[in-house]
Design a protein around this ligand. Structure first.
Ligand SMILES: Nc1nc2c(ncn2[C@@H]2O[C@H](COP(=O)(O)OP(=O)(O)OP(=O)(O)O)[C@@H](O)[C@H]2O)c(=O)[nH]1
Ligand SMILES: [Mg+2]
Length: 370
């Protein structure tokens, strides 16, 4: 276990968030700079975005000492992360997620002098493609220019390494730190492909599906499974020549939503239209979120769901940890390939091979040190 006071905070050049303070830059030539745990926590609590950004870098680090320090920081921040609204936003590539987040974010911050005014917004992304591309296509700052330049917003793309489970865990931890830093509106963007919608659904209070109109087969683009998770479906790009088609798709979506079983939240999912381009429908969308929060806080679902999520996270972290230990066990590494071949050649069954490996794993003496 690393001494937190000796643990270091990595300075990452070109970080998307503001420049680190001068004293950090001064030592950047060492690539690592000592910053005590308390100082990091204090920085986060006073809303210092550069300290927050660096603490998230620590969360994303794969070094054991960084992980230890990151966990301590998350623990220290936990009591300060109450009163937030966590919103998950998904949709096919190009649906307008980033544009809508820009609009909604600006609405909340009050940049256009309307809406809730003065609320801080954090945008986090879970990008299932980042493992392949090495970069993030989401949390795109070119679509979020006013947020990117606002003191009231904090934008963080997904970590570009790691499995979806690892990325999701880091995003959850980042979310807690953002909340402690006073970002009470958390928007988590993910692209509606693969399993990332489920991962995001499990970390938010309100789940929003962004969809588009199409030529006749509008609802085919909406994956049933994702739609079933949605608290609201927004038909975006309801502007210009697309207005009538958008309204028709909204009706179809609302009808489709009625066929799903009632969610345990007691909420009736809604279909809305909006335009991230003109801003029309953004205020209505936010009212819908607030209505949902009010209802679920009153009926107890809000807390029940959050507690359920934290319990699930715990189990996921255990599963990931066990898998990691299993795969790095020297005895397993040696036998895994042999047994895989034996299974492929039909010389043993999958069940028998798996049991052999589990036995090797649970017998540390016979298998060597773990
Ligand atoms: N007309 C119109 N165009 C829009 C609207 N919202 C987004 N767009 C355009 O649609 C394109 C995709 O928008 P993005 O916000 O990048 O979409 P996204 O869902 O974040 O895309 P990925 O991050 O790649 O999955 C851009 O060219 C936007 O300008 C809208 O409300 N109306
Ligand atoms: Mg995007």
């Amino acid at each position: 276990m690393a001494n937190p006071d000796e643990s270091a905070l990595r300075v990452r050049p070109g970080c998307v968030t503001p420049e680190p303070p001068p004293e950090l830059i001064a030592r950047a030539s060492n690539r690592r700079r000592l910053l005590p745990r308390q100082q990091i926590v204090d920085g986060i609590l006073r809303g210092d975005r550069s300290v927050l950004a660096q603490a998230i870098t620590l969360i994303e680090s794969s070094r054991a000492a960084d992980r230890d320090l990151a966990e301590q920081i998350v623990e220290d921040c936990l009591p300060h992360s109450a009163n937030s609204i966590r919103i998950g936003i998904t949709g096919v590539p190009g649906a307008g997620k980033s544009s809508l987040i820009e609009r909604l974010g600006a609405f909340l911050i009050g940049k256009h002098g309307i809406g809730e005014g003065g609320q801080k917004v954090a945008v986090l992304a879970i990008d299932p493609s980042s493992q392949l591309s090495g970069g993030s296509i989401l949390g795109d700052k070119t679509r979020m220019t006013s947020l990117a330049s606002s003191d009231m917003a904090f934008i963080r793309p997904s970590p570009s390494r790691g499995s979806l489970g690892g990325v999701a865990q880091r995003t959850r931890e980042a979310m807690l730190l953002c909340e402690a830093a006073g970002y009470h509106n958390i928007l988590v963007e993910t692209v509606g492909v693969g399993q990332s919608e489920t991962a995001v659904h499990e970390m938010v209070d309100f789940f929003l599906l962004i969809s588009l109109t199409g030529a006749g087969d509008e609802l085919q683009g909406l994956k049933r499974g994702v739609m079933e998770l949605a608290d609201a479906v927004v038909i975006n790009k309801a502007d210009g020549a697309n207005l009538t088609a958008a309204e028709r798709t909204r009706n179809e979506a609302q009808n489709a939503l009625h066929y799903f079983p009632s969610p345990p939240s007691g909420w009736t999912p809604r279909a809305l239209t909006c335009s991230a381009q003109t801003g029309k429908g953004i205020a209505e969308l936010w009212n819908c979120v607030l209505e949902y929060i009010a209802l679920t806080k009153a009926n107890g679902w809000f807390n029940t769901a959050r507690r359920g999520q934290t319990r699930k996270w715990m189990h996921e972290i255990i599963e990931q940890g066990l898998r990691q230990q299993f795969e790095s066990h020297p005895g397993i590494r040696k036998r895994m390939e042999e047994l895989e071949d034996e299974v492929l050649e039909g010389r043993t069954t999958s069940f028998r091979a798996a049991r052999t490996l589990l036995e090797i794993y649970s017998e540390p003496k016979a298998a060597g040190s773990r």
